[in-house]
Ligand binder design. Sequence first.
Ligand SMILES: [Zn+2]
Length: 233
Amino acid sequence: MEFYDVHTHQIFLEDSDDPYHSCIFDVYPLEFEVAKESYSRHAFSCGIHPWYSEESDTQLAYLSEIASNPRIIAIGETGIDRLKGPSFDLQIPVFKKHIEISEKLSKPVVVHCVKAWEELIRIKREVRPTQPWIIHGYRSKPELTERLVREGFLFSVGDNINVDSMQLIPLDSLFCETDESDMPIRQIYLQTALALNMNIEEFAERIAENVRRIFPLLQAPKPYYPDEEEVED
Ligand SMILES: [Zn+2]
């Protein structure tokens, strides 16, 4: 099995890194230069979190400069958050700037969205992006999931999932992530496979296919062969 963590903020030192998974590390534009030297095996997503969209001009300008680097394989996380951060008047233009970069460079967007689904759908309809938009940390209710699937979003799920929604997400639209969780990516795969009544190996292969399609530049990790006990956990 190959494990892919498509959204994480946790950077492990190469020595203590788990060789059986590949990550997309989320970094701020100004962190990228240092991070890319320190972590040779993984890839990056780069952007400005909506909580910090205020006074983000320097980061944004720098993002435009570095985003074409082949090690940056996604733009974000970016998006809109109703509960935290500045007003939408400030968040939305910054989000749109990320979208512009994503379209220009043909790189997918990692989306953070909290209680702003109508706005998110409206913006997607208005922009009609050619690039995939992956909603990260997805755990919302089935009714919303059905709508978002129809609108063509992709989904990345972490430690906290909505089991009823999982059945509604097409398998070719799904990824796994650790984000800031302590739960290891392998555990997140197991939990998600269980929610889907799937065998972990079959599930991991389907996710790997999605990664190869959407993030072809993400290096494959060392394949992992579990012992029987772990699979049944
Ligand atoms: Zn995150």
